[in-house]
Every structure is written in C-alpha cells, then in structure tokens.
Design a binder for this molecule. Structure first.
Ligand code: 5AD
Ligand code: SF4
Length: 492
C-alpha cells in the first residue's frame, strides 16, 4: 500500500477540502472529506506511537472480491496506513469475506478467532469485516455475540463509503455496523490500488439478476447494475496511460452487461470499444452465463486481436433436468451447441467451467450426464464444487438433498475425470511458441520468471525482473501437468 505514489489529482482536491467544515452531501466528495479526516487521525496516532501505522487486507473468494480489496487498500493508503504483510502484526486488519459456500463461512470464523488472540497482545489493533458474508443477518448476530472485539462491520453495497466508516469507527469506541439491504447506486472515482502494475481488474457491472436456485450471490450482492460505458472506457484509458497492458472485465454475468442502462449497449459492443484503446494488449472477462452468450459476442471474439483465447463458461450440471431445477435456463444440448459455435469461431480457445455435484435430486443418471459433458467438451480446467446448502436460497428447502457420502464419492469421480482430461488438454501446446505476459519472479526458483499465456496457462522460464509486465514469445518445452517450462525466443 505504501509504495504507490499518492494520487496527485486527489491530493489537489484534498488540499482545498475543509475537514472542519460541513460534511459534503455529494459523492465522491463526501468520501474525500472523510479521507482527509481519517488521515488526521492516523497522523495523530502515529505521533503518539512514534512509528507509522500499518494495515493488512485479507481477501476471501472471487476476483470481484479481489478487486474490491484493491479499493479498500487504495483508501487505507490514502489515509496513511503502510502495508503490513503479516495480518497479526498490523494496526488495522480488514477481512473481505465470501459466503458462496458454507466452508467459506467456517474459514472466516477460524481466522477471526486467531486474530482475536493477536488483538489480546495488541489491544490497539482495529479489526474490520466487510463483503458478502456480512450481508447475512445471522452472521452479524453471531459476530455481535461471540466476536465483540470486532470494530467495524459493513457490507457489499456501501464499500465506497469505507473512508467514512473508517473515520466513524476511529471516533467511536464501540463496534460500528452499517449494512444496506440493497442499492441502485454506483459511485465512481473512489481511489483504488493495483496489486500488479501491468494488469488490472475492471468492474463493468455489479450484482446478479439470475437467481440460480443454489446461489446466494443475488441476495448478498443485490440486483444487476451496469456501469456507464463512458466511465468504463475512462478508467481503462487511465490504466493504459499508467502502464497496464492486460485488463479483466468483471461481472457476475458479463453477457447481460448494458441491458438495463438508459441507453442500452451490448457486451460485445463494449468489447469493441475497449479494443480500440491504445496500450491495452489483452482483454479478459469473467463470468459468462451460457444463456446470455450472444452470436455477436462470438463473432467479436473471433475477430479480435486483443481478447484472450480463454472463456470461462460455467455449466454447473450436465443434466437438463437438474439445470432446470437450478434455474439455469439452458439445456445440455444448448450448452454443447454453444461450445461448438465458439470453437468454430475461435478454434484455439481454452474452455474452463464450474461444476456443482450433489445438487438436490441429482441421481446417478444425472451425474453421468455431467461426466458426459466433461468428456465431450474436454475442458482445459474445471472448478468442481460439492453442493453447499445456502439458507434463504430455493434449493436449500428442496426435497431429496443428496447424502454427503454420495456427494463426496461423485465429487472424487468427477475430479479424477476432469484432471486427467485437462492434463491431456494442457499438453497439446508442447513445442509451440506462445506470447506470454510475464507476471513475477518464480516463487521457488529465482532464476525463472512466471508468465501467463493468452489461454490462461502458466509457463516458467529463465529470465529476470526486467521482464515483468512485458509480453514476449516463449517456446513451450515441457508440460508438467498443468503448467509449462519454456524458454524465451530471441527476436520474436
Ligand atoms: N454450492 C456449491 N457451489 C456453489 N457455487 C455457487 N453457489 C454454490 C453452492 N451453493 C459455485 C458455482 C459458481 C461458483 C462461483 O461457485 O459453480 O459458478
Ligand atoms: Fe450465482 Fe447464477 Fe448469479 Fe452466477 S449467475 S452469481 S451462479 S445466481
């Protein structure tokens, strides 16, 4: 957090804000006001402590949460905290939570217990919780009762107000809780910080309107809201000017982007506009819902020079009967047809998916249908999940919940199948030359760097830090399961 330069534009605005004057009503000015206020508090604390104050952001869950955490880190940095890599040593710790499956919740309670013990050693430590799990009433009740050492709790809809909540919490000696049920608001121009200088996530929409019957996301992230295309383009323009070469467009269902805007625009059209931005060399997006993936998008992907050769297309189940109970609104055949059209337009595309096993009522025959799709599509990677009952979703009260031992046994069989297929699918690139975006020095061997291909596979090859953030051609020498060892190719 500390190592980024302070945002100059923001500094100029902060300079003219009177932090002792009335609180501005308009956003984002209101948040800038609270950044200035919170900054004063941090400066005061630092004087007392005789050292800088530090903060740590811990992220659970998906890419959307990872992006939200960059916004939290951006505000903490503007307020004056430096980054502390060890959460137990930080003065301010925030957990950005996930609740998509029950085990995510259990993990949070475990980590919070550990942090509570660290706080006993350092009573000045402040602990904040935000994100999807905080949108559940029972969770907040449990926290109030059993984790009274938590200082601040807020949800997904008011994350943009983090500076204000932080400031309120600094001034209050008690637990501050602010959870909104829903929102139709999108607040632009809130500071954020990037984990990588050369790539960035970009939210294009928030929330979800699909109500798949097992999924808690629409309840905790609210109704679908798309950002204005001009705001998205402006953000990407600035990222490109700042050295970003790869962007990941984020939304629960990017294929329905723009449908509810005052001037509707399709996701495919948005991609075409983004493609024109100089400096951006790679475009990724996530997640696609098969029911909304248009012919127009397939055409745009086929023609694009920048859209990566990777599509994450969650199937969830291969059984049309189960898909109907899941409220997915496509059949097995429609999904397979879609895969065929995509492969026809983009032959080298890498396909990945999400699969749930053990959805209520799933029989062995239904499960065989899922295996059949896996064998037909031959995914490059599949994320497999055991069905987890989420209170408040329609599936939680469905009859015929599948016994845990049956779920587990099907899960193991599915895993064996997807792993052996994706290992074979991964191998086929051996010997080819691929363009790679170098992301980091290899974690285990400092003589190697790690890069990502357009199809999302990783390759490790000899190189040094000067390559990070560049796109270079690499020959894939050897496939080791799910990644490659390669060598950079001289002169392209
Ligand atoms: N149980 C298991 N997996 C789930 N997912 C969403 N909700 C549940 C649930 N209740 C999975 C879906 C989704 C991914 C992000 O998480 O496969 O695509
Ligand atoms: Fe959940 Fe379905 Fe929305 Fe994805 S599309 S977030 S699985 S409700």
């Amino acid at each position: 957090m500390c190592d980024t330069k302070k945002n100059r534009g923001l500094e100029e605005i902060l300079y003219v804000i009177d932090e002792n004057g009335p609180v501005p009503e308009q956003e984002p000015m209101r948040q800038y006001y609270f950044i200035k206020k919170a900054r004063q508090y941090v400066e005061q604390q630092e004087k007392q402590a005789g050292r800088p104050l530090s903060a740590h952001v811990t992220t659970f869950g998906c890419q959307m949460n990872a992006r939200d955490s960059e916004k939290l880190a951006g505000i903490l940095s503007e307020v004056g905290y430096i980054e502390e890599p060890d959460e137990k040593k930080a003065d301010f710790v925030i957990f950005n939570t996930c609740t998509v499956r029950e085990n995510a919740n259990q993990r949070l309670y475990g980590r919070l217990g550990q942090l509570g013990r660290a706080k006993r050693q350092n009573p000045d430590m402040k602990i904040a919780l935000c994100g999807c799990m905080m949108q559940e009433l029972e969770v907040v009740e449990k926290l109030k009762k059993s984790y009274p050492f938590v200082d601040l709790i807020f949800g997904t809809h008011n994350l943009y107000k983090f500076a204000e909540l932080l400031s309120t919490s600094q001034e209050s000696g008690r637990m501050v809780i602010d959870i909104w049920k829903d929102t139709d608001k999108i607040v632009e121009e809130i500071p954020s910080e990037r984990k990588y200088p050369f790539k960035s996530g970009v939210n294009i929409m928030f929330g979800c309107n699909n109500f798949c019957s097992y999924c808690i996301v629409p309840y905790v992230r609210g109704r679908e809201r798309s950002r204005e295309p001009a705001d998205i383009i402006r953000e990407i323009d600035r990222l490109a000017a700042d050295g970003v070469v790869e962007i990941m467009l984020l939304g629960q269902n990017v294929n329905s982007y723009g449908k509810n805007l005052a001037h509707p625009i399709s996701f495919a059209k948005l991609l075409t506009e983004i493609e024109k931005i100089d400096g951006i060399q790679r475009i990724r997006f996530m997640t696609s819902h098969p029911k909304d993936l248009s012919k127009e998008l397939i055409t745009v992907m086929g023609q694009s020079k920048k859209i990566c050769r990777h599509l994450h297309l969650p199937i969830q189940s291969g059984s049309t009967r189960i898909l109907e109970k899941m409220n997915r609104r496509y059949t097995k055949e429609q999904y397979l047809d879609l895969v065929e059209s995509i492969r026809r337009a983009v032959p080298d595309i890498s396909l990945t998916t999400d699969i749930i096993v053990g959805f209520p009522g799933e029989t062995e025959e239904d499960f065989q249908e899922t295996l059949d799709v896996v064998r037909k599509v031959r995914y490059d990677a599949a994320f497999t999940f055991q069905y987890s009952k989420r209170t408040g979703t329609p599936a939680a009260v469905m009859e015929e919940q599948v016994p845990p031992e049956v779920v587990k046994e099907r899960f193991e069989r599915l895993l064996t199948e997807v792993q052996s297929i994706s290992a074979e699918a991964c191998k086929i690139h051996t010997g080819s030359i691929q363009e790679v975006l170098v992301e980091s020095v290899n974690e285990h061997d400092a003589s190697l760097v790690t890069g990502r291909m357009s199809n999302n596979l990783l390759v490790h090859f000899p190189g040094d830090t000067s390559l990070i953030g560049t796109l270079i051609p690499v020959r894939l020498k050897e496939c080791r399961g799910f990644y490659y060892i390669g060598e950079a190719v001289e002169n392209g």
